[in-house]
Write a protein that binds this ligand. Structure first.
Ligand SMILES: *[C@@H]1O[C@H](CO)[C@@H](O)[C@H](O)[C@H]1NC(C)=O
Ligand SMILES: *[C@@H]1O[C@H](CO)[C@@H](O)[C@H](O)[C@H]1NC(C)=O
Ligand SMILES: *[C@@H]1O[C@H](CO)[C@@H](O)[C@H](O)[C@H]1NC(C)=O
Ligand SMILES: *[C@@H]1O[C@H](CO)[C@@H](O)[C@H](O)[C@H]1NC(C)=O
Ligand SMILES: *[C@@H]1O[C@H](CO)[C@@H](O)[C@H](O)[C@H]1NC(C)=O
Ligand SMILES: *[C@@H]1O[C@H](CO)[C@@H](O)[C@H](O)[C@H]1NC(C)=O
Ligand SMILES: *[C@@H]1O[C@H](CO)[C@@H](O)[C@H](O)[C@H]1NC(C)=O
Ligand SMILES: *[C@@H]1O[C@H](CO)[C@@H](O)[C@H](O)[C@H]1NC(C)=O
Ligand SMILES: *[C@@H]1O[C@H](CO)[C@@H](O)[C@H](O)[C@H]1NC(C)=O
Ligand SMILES: *[C@@H]1O[C@H](CO)[C@@H](O)[C@H](O)[C@H]1NC(C)=O
Ligand SMILES: *[C@@H]1O[C@H](CO)[C@@H](O)[C@H](O)[C@H]1NC(C)=O
Ligand SMILES: *[C@@H]1O[C@H](CO)[C@@H](O)[C@H](O)[C@H]1NC(C)=O
Length: 742
């Protein structure tokens, strides 16, 4: 985004304005203040190091640090709380920055040189980042220099006061005369005092993403990472630190999230003195980034949020920050069309006739966007299954004898139902692509075997029969830009589902992963800038790249290939710890579920999927039962009313499936005038009775009508007393309840 910012001298800062409130400097004591957060650090006079003073609720003063008896081996920097730790000068903890210098040593001695405060936020060259104008965000840049190795570092801290969020990144410049190598780079690093904390993170796998785990932080390292080249299914570059008494609605929570799509590493290290180091950044196995004299390394950005209102308060800060200051799509704040995806209905057995027929059935259901999934391309190697065709993005002539345009025109010729939000518009058309990948069975691979990621003569190991193009190569970037823009120019395509179905194995150098990310960001920056009115959805075998890096460019991501409503609820609530529900793609699929075999009613499946910004269906309409078909018109009505509040409202996890048989979520409009609750019963039980459903965020004095018992009660009654739902004696039953302020 626009790097519109002004440089303020310290004298000017004595004046008025947000910068003065959000960032104050006194000598080299630095204070960042948000509505409910303070972040304090200063320069140590003796060593020139940056020292952490406070990251938490609001404070007014710098106070002396905890006294640690300096006897024993842990002296010097080991007992200081540091902002940008290196190694080799008495600090035995893990570093945030580890550089192999031209001389071969890895000792770094960054000392404070200067700082500047800027209003707004400079863009991060080549990488996704939060953005904002003066008035939304203020930034302090602290310049450090290692005069032995002649390497400099510029640390950037941006405070978004409204969201209690601090975004951090840094740049390293090789000012010397020989090559250096960045071995480790943690974008966020802060040393917290000796507090007793737990870590909440999400672990998973394919079809099993975003499962919440909580562990106590003990002495030593608590760590998780992705080493598969992408943010991945196994973990997400997010974690929260909470006190043992923090709940969903109360207590302290610190959330950390990396704005990056490659391999990452998240670590806390509790040292003997009790101080807790927090590190989040690149996976050091995929670093070793060479820097020639004069070159610069830009770290990804990491965002930290502080909440005094529990885990839920932390999530809401991330949701609002990301919707307002990370996701830059035209669609971020817009209604998302209800879609039908062809995959479950037709799989690879597609052609113009079959798809036009399916889109006609979509029209009858009131669908707004018809999505053509895999299988449409490949000339020499027709994409009839997953062993061939990837990389050859030309419509297959046997399936589409007239190309894409006449076919898309036929889809557009259907009209969106008059009950819909988009009543009367032509049925929209969307297309699936997986442009980072190639099959060996393809014209592209035959012509350019050197374009794929590989390691010299080592075998190029296949996953799902495919290889990965090396996106660090400009020629590959340009190929993808030209190919995808060619497709978009060829027909009226209003939505793209951009898939990515394998992890990175062999690379020629550990730095390939970071350089791949610079490449993919260049490609999608280019395409989303040129096609701002296309609705882009990320997908990576489900939620493997559901990360803040891609959400900068694309407003939504497919959450999981697991569409079983029971499992999906857990996955979606895990995702909502950090990412807004408005960014999730969620569909109703057929039963029994293809993955779990579970048979759940269409109402429950819809209620789970409707909590996401992008709602749709992934089934063959012909296979719907009469009962399911009858339910669809009211689901469509619900979708139309729900979607605007999911897109812009506040979200509460009232109860989560890991902890109760009766999970529930609530959305409420920003003005608290309208809210809805989705309440679920997983298992039918004799005893105990479900707990009262206590709502959140209402105006306590206002009165609200609810359409469950048709009562009108005060906000306080709903929040403190709650409403009691009588669930049917069945497994997997749900209720949608609307509240309207009177
Ligand atoms: C910075 O804070 C320290 C307390 O940690 C205080 O002694 C010192 O006077 C402050 N310096 C300035 C210039 O405000
Ligand atoms: C950012 O600040 C500008 C200027 O104060 C304001 O107009 C705009 O609404 C703010 N944006 C957000 C998302 O708060
Ligand atoms: C680096 O700076 C420190 C502190 O100013 C100084 O003591 C030291 O001599 C300098 N070293 C070199 C190689 O310039
Ligand atoms: C290091 O190089 C950068 C980029 O050329 C320059 O801006 C900076 O002033 C240099 N720093 C030092 C200490 O030489
Ligand atoms: C189109 O696909 C359908 C469904 O797979 C198939 O029944 C039909 O024969 C195909 N038509 C043509 C012309 O290939
Ligand atoms: C995949 O499709 C190709 C081309 O139609 C066909 O020759 C091959 O047998 C298919 N492979 C599998 C595993 O179905
Ligand atoms: C669109 O539909 C109309 C009538 O419903 C028909 O005359 C026209 O040929 C159709 N156009 C396309 C591109 O299918
Ligand atoms: C909406 O469409 C239905 C069926 O196509 C039709 O019966 C009804 O009159 C239409 N309503 C309006 C307001 O156009
Ligand atoms: C190429 O395609 C054929 C036909 O589907 C398949 O049998 C073969 O395994 C594929 N080769 C590779 C390397 O994927
Ligand atoms: C996108 O890339 C193409 C070719 O690679 C270039 O010509 C064009 O200027 C770029 N556009 C944007 C908006 O970056
Ligand atoms: C989408 O965004 C682009 C670039 O920011 C802008 O020019 C365009 O008017 C927007 N389109 C809509 C429909 O808002
Ligand atoms: C609430 O009112 C609606 C509409 O008037 C009615 O259908 C429903 O039965 C009422 N529910 C209860 C519990 O009274």
């Amino acid at each position: 985004m626009g790097a519109m910012f002004r440089i303020y001298s310290l004298a000017a800062l004595a004046g008025v304005g947000l910068a003065q409130q959000a960032i104050t400097t006194s000598g080299t004591n630095f204070t960042l203040n948000g509505d409910g957060v303070s972040y304090l650090f200063h320069v140590d006079d003796k060593t020139g190091d940056l020292i952490s003073d406070h990251f938490g609720g609001p404070v007014d003063d710098f106070t002396p640090p905890a006294f640690v008896l300096p006897w024993g081996w842990n002296d010097g920097l080991a007992n200081l709380r540091r902002e940008f730790p290196d190694i080799g000068r008495s600090d035995f903890r893990l570093p945030a920055i580890h550089i192999k210098h031209a001389d071969g040593d890895t000792v770094t001695a960054f000392r404070y040189k200067s700082h500047e405060v800027v209003e707004g936020k400079p863009a991060l060259p080549g990488l996704p980042a939060t953005f904002g104008d003066a008035g939304n965000v203020s930034t302090i840049i602290v310049n450090l220099h290692d005069n032995v190795s002649d390497v400099s570092a510029a640390l950037s801290y941006s405070i978004f006061p409204k969201y209690n969020a601090v975004a951090r990144s840094f740049q390293i410049t090789n000012n010397g005369t020989g090559e250096i190598s960045i071995e480790k780079a943690a974008s966020f690093s802060v040393d917290l005092p000796a507090l007793d904390l737990d870590m909440i993170e999400v672990h998973g796998d394919w079809a099993h993403e975003f499962h919440r785990v909580k562990r106590h932080i003990e002495f030593g390292e608590t760590t998780f990472r992705s080493s598969n080249g992408f943010s991945g299914h196994l973990h997400n570059p997010f974690f929260a630190l909470v006190t043992p008494t923090t709940t969903e609605g109360s207590g302290e929570a610190w959330g950390f999230n990396l704005v990056y799509t490659g391999s990452f590493e998240a670590t806390t290290e509790k040292f003997s003195n009790g101080f807790l180091r927090v590190l989040l950044g690149l996976n050091s196995l995929h670093a070793s980034l060479p820097l020639q004299p004069g070159e610069k390394f830009v770290s990804p950005e990491a965002v930290a949020v502080y909440s005094a209102n529990g885990v839920g308060g932390m999530s809401q800060s991330f949701h609002d920050l990301y919707r307002n200051h990370l996701s830059r799509s035209n669609y971020t704040h817009e209604y998302r069309p209800v879609l039908l995806n062809s995959w479950e209905g037709l799989s690879f057995n597609i052609n113009e006739t079959a798809l036009v027929k399916l889109s006609g059935e979509a029209e009858e259901l009131g669908i707004e966007l018809f999505v053509n999934d895999d299988g449409w391309f490949g000339v020499e190697y027709p994409r009839n299954n997953d062993s061939l065709g990837l990389g050859d993005w030309t419509p297959n002539p046997a399936k589409f004898p007239n190309g894409l345009k006449p076919y898309v025109d036929r889809v557009n010729n259907y009209t969106i139902a008059n009950t819909s939000q988009l009543a009367g518009e032509p049925l929209r058309f969307g297309l699936w692509v997986e442009p980072e990948m190639v099959n060996v069975n393809s014209t592209l691979y035959n012509e350019h075997p050197d374009w794929v990621l590989h390691a010299g003569k080592h075998a190029r190991s296949l996953t799902r029969n495919q290889l990965i193009l090396n996106l660090s190569m400009p020629v590959v970037q340009d190929f993808i830009i030209d190919t995808v823009s060619g497709i978009l120019d060829s027909a009226n395509i209003q939505y793209i589902k951009w898939d990515n179905n394998r992890g990175i194995h062999e690379t020629s150098h550990p730095s390939d992963d970071y350089n791949y990310m610079l490449g993919i960001y260049r490609v999608i920056d280019n395409l989303t800038t040129r096609y701002p009115d296309v609705l882009w959805e990320g997908c990576a075998s489900g939620g493997a790249r559901f990360d803040a890096g891609l959400l900068h460019y694309w407003p939504q991501h497919w959450t999981s290939d697991n569409t079983d409503a029971a499992e999906r609820l857990t996955i979606q609530l895990g995702t909502s710890l950090v990412y807004p529900p408005s960014a999730m793609g969620c569909h109703v699929s057929a039963v029994p579920n293809g993955i779990t075999g579970r048979n759940i009613s269409i109402e429950y499946r819809a209620h789970v999927a409707l909590m996401c910004g992008s709602f749709g269906f992934e089934l063959n309409p012909e296979e719907l039962s009469a009962e399911e078909r009858d339910a669809i018109p009211s689901i469509m009505q619900e979708a139309k009313r729900i979607n605007p509040i999911v897109i812009s409202g506040d979200f509460y996890r009232l109860a989560i499936p890991d902890e109760t048989n009766w999970p529930a979520v609530q959305f409420i409009s920003k003005d608290a005038s309208e809210a809805f609750v989705l309440a679920f019963q997983q298992k039918s039980t004799i005893k105990p009775a479900p707990p009262p459903l206590r709502l959140r965020g209402l105006d306590p004095k206002a009165r609200y009508f609810n359409d469950y018992d048709n009562g009108t009660y005060s906000g306080a009654t709903y929040m403190n007393g709650g409403i009691n739902i009588m669930f049917e004696r069945k497994d997997y039953v749900s209720h949608l309840i609307w509240l309207e302020k009177q």
